[in-house]
Design a protein around this ligand. Sequence first.
Ligand code: ZN
Ligand code: ZN
Length: 446
Amino acid sequence: MKLWLATIIVTTTLTLGQQVQGSELKMDNDLAYNLVESLTVEVGPRLAGSEADARAVAWAEQKFKQLGYDKVWSEPFTMQYWERGNASLRVEAPFNQALVLTALGGSVGTPFDGITSQVAMFDNLQQLQQADPVDVKDKIVFINQTLHKDIRGSFYSQVVGARAQGAVEAAKLGAKAIIIRSVGTSNNRFAHTGIMRYADDVARIPAAAISVPDAIQLSKMLAIHPETRLSLHMKNNLPGEVTSHNVIAEITGSKRPDEIVLIGAHIDSWDEGTGALDDGAGVGLVMATAALLKQQKPERTIRVVLFGNEEGGLIGARAYAARHAAELQNHVFASESDFGAGRIWRFDTGFGEQALAFAADIQQDLKHLGIAAGTNTASGGPDVSVLKALGVPVASLQQDGTDYFDFHHTPNDTLDKIDPAALQQNLQAWMLMTGKIANSSVDLRK
Ligand code: ZN
Ligand code: ZN
């Protein structure tokens, strides 16, 4: 199937929101790139629950309308707001110097005078969990675990536990704070942020990540002088509950409008970069996919969901699943783009057994794009995994993530890191997969 499209200039009159640019959007193979460019330049970083998050929601509603979607709406949900403040980490005598760090999302700050203490270093979370409390009490825990690169980013799940659960495990043993080696593969001197969690019955201690070069630096200091003391100052704001939104838009199905083919991405981003790879690329891809498929008059409804507050722990996705619980049986398929902007190299599904022949059929259509057949164990993507757990069939167009964790959750996640040609390949794959499913009557649950 040929997907190169005639160029149609959309010049819909705009009525919505402040800051309506009304910039022209060409309905061509650059559409996904043009959308992520618009989002990252005109909105920029969009931390969930912030003023910028609200501007991103208004941006998305306006673009969906401009792109000719049949229905556009937003759904509110409540969430706990968290905002980064200043943070600093100093090594005391004899190695007096500053180390580069960033707060982990959700972390409390330190007392005004900071926390000054010796360090208890561990190779990974498991080693911390098995530690003797005597070695940890009143210290700053440091987990120094390396993230290795591969195309699937498969080491991430082995390392990210230190970020998510490290504070709870360290506090159980009496630690005053925790710092981790960034869950990232960059050798640049900046830290990778990301969400962390507390438990109700465990003391809440400050949690931060230091850059990979600084983790190496600190480990060398500790090798020479195990009594090295650190002084941590951190001030974060946790003002409480705020409202954010999922943004939803549809191209109504021409024959079976009640059957929903859901494609998604997340609208929020961390605060330090502009959220181009995570997940502006995904936003551009799914918005462009359904807009470009409209002229084919798809038989099933294609619903694009831009989930809010993915970074805080799939908060928007859970709100969507709760609100649409009665309608989930009509969700015939769901898939999300949230792994950067690298080329797609494999097609994975999470279909019923009988639908695997149809999966092979889709993969045949994707083959000329260099996309191989994969497994039937797809998660569908982080937000969509919530729907998979509720029985919705899913697929994952797996992107090459070899370099993804060089940029992930850092100030370096910016538009210039996206290769427009790779994004075009993504868009063609998304259009082929989504179009094929929207024009079929195959039951992917069976
Ligand atoms: Zn993401
Ligand atoms: Zn992320």
